[in-house]
Ligand binder design. Sequence first.
Ligand SMILES: [Zn+2]
Ligand SMILES: [Zn+2]
Length: 338
Amino acid sequence: MRGVVFTGNRKSELRTFPDPKAGPGEAVVKVRASGLCGTDLHLYRMAQATDTISGHEPCGEIVELGAGANPGLRVGDRVIVHHYAGCAVCEYCSMGYEQLCAKGHVTYGGGTAHGANAEYMLVPARTLVHLPEALSFEGGAALSCGTGTAWNGLNKMKVTGGDIVAVFGQGPVGLSGTLCAKWMGATVIAIDVDRARLDLARKMGADHVIDASTVDPVKAIVDLTGGQGATAALESSGNPVARSQTVACLRPFSRACYVGAGGPAEIDINRDLIFKVTTVFGSWTFSKAELVECARFMVDTGLPLDTLITHRFTLEQAEEAFRLFDAGGTGKCMIVNG
Ligand SMILES: [Zn+2]
Ligand SMILES: [Zn+2]
């Protein structure tokens, strides 16, 4: 089979690998859609090459099951991969949070195990959850990291129709946050420094967009909310300035959730946390159970998941896909296999 590897300094290459074979407890998934995620860019931009296949947003069909694989799975099932594997038995693994495994974990497509930018993928069968009939493979791929992360952050804050949610960053995760917050009923203020991404945010239903390269977003949010501030904020950019603004833009008794990885930031704990009685969440993707819950939300609400996808590529076009995604300004990019 063929798979895409990063060869260092913003270069990628389609290489040939042996076809995977399912061992005990394992499954081979024919990849039907693989999403590009901001985290990929950290590996893509690194000087050193990655030996393992890229792509950590996998969705496809089971083509082979090894002996002793989970009895609820069948060949032909449409599945999303919860793309981490730990020891499977510690407290965190038992919760479905294998990325927090006390003994360490691998991330499929994250530089430690082969990922989804390939024809097939070999994973422990326990990492699979069923993709509901109503969702496309592309939708499932989006949920498996970026969109699921945004949804889970909003879900932790229990966003409802009474909320005014500020979403910092309108890359694939932030755009998903804008779309999901709208479908939870909230009024949404989308913030970014890129015009094209703010235009996409409008398409996802943002009620207001703020270009942080030209105005102070905290002041703009306070002005838009009758001098009060937002009631919830989701931070997806990882930018240190945005990280500070995420809590600065809130009114008292509000919530903030940080999902975007980035450098250290300064937060005025007196002003923005204690004296505003703020609740702050950190959230690292989601557990396997939360992935199932997220997929159910998408089906129940009929949220138009596929509208997030702005660009589709074949495996042969992966180089171009990463170049374009790295340049910014895109929405969700997908590598699709017929
Ligand atoms: Zn574990
Ligand atoms: Zn990701």
